[in-house]
Design a protein around this ligand. Structure first.
Ligand SMILES: NC(=O)c1ccc[n+]([C@@H]2O[C@H](COP(=O)([O-])OP(=O)(O)OC[C@H]3O[C@@H](n4cnc5c(N)ncnc54)[C@H](OP(=O)(O)O)[C@@H]3O)[C@@H](O)[C@H]2O)c1
Length: 240
């Protein structure tokens, strides 16, 4: 979509990687957006930088999506400062990979609470504000790991398989209220998700901007159309 003026997007986990690229794409098209993550200093810094660089207004509100009250405050802050919420991108997520027999229960818990509970809390929080605007769009950032299991991925696979099912149920729950729900399922993206951060040698991977482009393309669909599950993968990953 080329013009998002008048629209407001809340993007969780958006100080880095995919979330940051989505905020940047919204603001570049004149929309308003909320940058958010657990790290308050980065939230303030990134919001100020993107606000200065783009025509759309960008504000920062820290939020750990594991905390229901913080998700509520995130949405209330967007409504108070920006006038409403039209788009929620449930992007905050992390992966901690270990075989089941070696997995730390804390790693299990943080993935399920961030990648699933956070989506539940933020999505419930935006329903009333979206109703007030006559509709909206909830975009869940899933993963191809929500379709393909791998050794060492029990917790991450559980969270992303779960998110796919949850997204489709949410879509059925909310479609008649004019609230569309989509699950975008990327393959490998060159972000901070993996240890050490983005690697210039990983030029075969998707870039965060590729996922932001999918989001912008989705937003351009007419109201009657709802692409509910989108897979995107690198064209030429290393041959196995
Ligand atoms: N990179 C990939 O290959 C890939 C592929 C498929 C899907 N995905 C999905 O894409 C999404 C974004 O990942 P990314 O690759 O962009 O990762 P990233 O570069 O590591 O960025 C993750 C963002 O989420 C924030 N975050 C982490 N835990 C949070 C929490 N509890 N509450 C709020 N924010 C939190 C981080 O900031 P703080 O740590 O400061 O909170 C950061 O801003 C995730 O859902 C991931 O599962 C990634």
């Amino acid at each position: 979509m080329d013009d998002l003026s008048g629209k407001v997007a809340v993007v969780t986990g958006s100080t880095k990687g995919i979330g940051r690229a989505i905020v940047e794409a919204v603001a570049a098209r004149g929309g308003s957006a909320v940058v958010s993550s657990r790290t308050e200093s980065e939230v303030r810094e990134v919001a100020a930088e993107l606000d200065a660089r783009h025509p759309g207004r960008v504000i920062g509100i820290p939020c750990d999506v594991r905390e229901r009250s913080a998700c509520q405050a995130l949405v209330e802050g967007a409504v108070a400062e920006l006038g409403g919420v039209d788009i929620l991108v449930n992007n905050a997520g992390l992966g901690r990979f270990a075989k089941l027999q070696e997995m730390d229960p804390a790693d299990w818990e943080i993935q399920l609470r961030t990648n699933l509970d956070g989506v539940f809390h933020c999505s419930q929080a935006v329903i009333e504000p979206m109703r007030a605007r006559g509709g909206g769009w909830i975009l869940n950032i899933g993963s191809l790991a929500g379709r393909n299991a791998f050794s060492g991925g029990a917790a991450y696979n559980a969270s992303k398989f779960g998110l796919l099912g949850m997204s489709e149920a949410m879509m059925l729950d909310l479609r008649h209220e004019g609230i569309r729900v989509s699950c975008i399922m990327p393959g490998s993206v060159n972000t901070h998700f993996f240890d050490g951060g983005p690697d210039p040698d990983d030029d075969w991977k998707l870039q965060s901007d590729d996922i932001a482009r999918v989001v912008m393309d989705l937003l351009a669909f007419p109201e009657r159309a709802l692409p509910s599950r989108i897979e995107i993968r690198p064209t030429q990953p290393p041959r196995k």
